[in-house]
Write a protein that binds this ligand. Structure first.
Ligand code: JHZ
Ligand code: SAH
Ligand code: ZN
Length: 405
């Protein structure tokens, strides 16, 4: 029996992807024989309802100086985080000499605007490559993994924080005990801990199984986050649905009794109850939908190959690792993937070994079909690539179901 990484309760598995590579471990051409694989499977805690991976990958295997994901690669995300910074500057950072800390600041996509306003801040970013980009953008960064001891060091050097923020980072950290005691140590008595991550409700509703890969250790709900907060003396005081990355929730935690919860917390909890998000039966239903999506996608691609159609992938997203490896999509079905990230170009996708090419390859010549691996950026990408569609090109999507548009 497995134990929950948050509460120690019993974890029951509901979906197994088998052996999978690390989603951001792009390979050099010719160096594909020593890949690291682990068993990717998800379970539900029968006690606190936290959905989590059953196997943990050591953090230094995933997050290192050559980490290839650069947050600022999407204009929609740049706008999103600029608005996030403005929001904090206008609401929480208005007192005397305020201080904001961001965990997993990546290339500085959010803190850049804070730095430009001259407000005291610190980014905590273990990956040296992206941390350097943040520094170049004027952001103050320490290149470390956040944990209890890091919080103690920051508190001693800089004093307590008004806001601790993290986007797409807290769900990536299995050792929650150390994170929350660190937050407790670093936060002012009336400070807030705000984090946003892919929402289990959206993943289940959309059968978005590709959100499941090594880096995404937890799949939060208001209910599981509330339980997690309360174990450490915090309360869940606000939740906000976000449209980015295929559906996320921004959770706000404050010390118990420090702030009144907004009505949105009770509303989301009620919605989750209705949807049955904390029940094994619901998650087994999700797993069945996932298997159907996989079968439909493989059938479609096999059919297109038989008809002699050309198919490529658009966006070598981390998510595409789960799709390609779970569905067995190799270069025979998808000739290459185009991606705007220089660090991914010229390499091969993990496990599936699809060559990654720069965006200029896409129109040279256009393929018949493009699998939209970065479906969370559909609006931005389809607008940018209107000429492809106008030339008769078609997009293939598998979320929420397999379809051609
Ligand atoms: P995108 C990563 O996931 C990993 P990924 C991580 N675990 C996480 O949670 C999220 O980020 C936040 C490219 N692209 O954003 C850039 C184009 O080529 O969906 C990226 O490689 N052209 C931390 O990797 C990829 O697609 C474009 O126009 O699944 C998108 O990756 C755009 C917009 C993107 O995150
Ligand atoms: N916040 C950005 C980056 C998300 S990528 C965005 O939303 O786009 C996740 C980031 O978390 C990576 O840059 C990774 O290096 C960082 N990370 C992983 N573990 C961490 C930890 N323990 N402490 C701080 N950052 C961490
Ligand atoms: Zn639990």
């Amino acid at each position: 029996m497995l134990n929950c990484r948050v509460c120690g309760g019993p974890v029951e598995e509901f979906l197994d992807f088998g052996q999978q590579p690390l989603a951001n471990a792009f390979r050099e051409v010719g160096q594909t024989d020593d890949e690291f694989f682990f068993r990717l499977a998800v379970g539900l805690c029968g006690s606190c309802t936290m959905v989590q991976l059953v196997e943990e990958v050591p953090r230094i295997r995933m997050f290192h100086d050559a980490y290839p994901y650069h947050s600022s690669g999407s204009s929609v995300m740049r706008k999103h985080f600029d608005a996030t910074a403005r929001h904090f500057l206008e609401t929480e950072l208005t007192g005397h000499d305020p201080f904001i800390v961001e965990l997993g600041c990546n290339d500085g996509i959010m803190l850049k605007a804070v730095a430009e306003e001259g407000v005291r801040h610190l980014g905590v970013e273990p990956c040296g490559g992206v941390a350097e980009l943040a520094k170049a953008a004027g952001v103050r960064v320490i290149s470390e993994f956040f944990q209890d001891s890091t919080a103690a060091g920051i508190r001693a050097a800089d004093g307590p924080a008004d806001v601790i923020f993290a986007a797409n980072t807290i769900s990536h950290i299995p050792y929650m005990e150390s994170i929350l005691s660190g937050v407790d140590r670093l936060l002012k008595p009336d400070g807030i801990f705000v984090f946003e991550d892919p929402y289990l409700g959206d993943i289940v509703r959309r059968s978005a199984f590709d959100q499941i890969y090594d880096e995404h250790f937890y799949f939060f709900t208001a209910r599981s986050v509330r339980a997690m907060a309360e174990r450490h003396g915090f309360a869940l005081v606000d939740v906000e649905r976000l449209p980015v990355h295929g559906g996320e929730v921004r959770y706000t935690l404050a010390r118990q009794g420090a702030r009144h919860p907004t009505a949105s917390v009770a509303e989301l909890l009620a919605e989750e109850e209705e949807l049955g998000l904390g029940r094994m039966e619901t998650l087994r239903g999700f797993a069945a939908n996932v298997r159907k999506n996989r079968d439909d996608l493989v059938a479609l691609l096999t059919d297109l190959r038989a008809q002699g159609r050309t198919v490529i992938g658009y966006g070598a997203a981390a998510k595409s690792a789960t799709v390609t490896n779970y569905c067995g999509i190799g270069p025979d079905l998808v000739a290459y993937v185009t991606d705007s990230t220089a660090a991914k170009q010229g390499r091969l996708t993990p496990g599936s070994h699809l060559p990654v090419r720069p965006p200029s390859a896409f129109s040279d010549p256009y393929p018949d079909y493009a699998l939209l691996f970065a479906w969370n950026h559909a609006e931005e990408i389809m607008a940018k690539e209107r000429a492809f569609h106008e030339a008769g090109g078609k997009w293939i999507l598998w979320v929420p179901e397999v379809r051609i548009v």
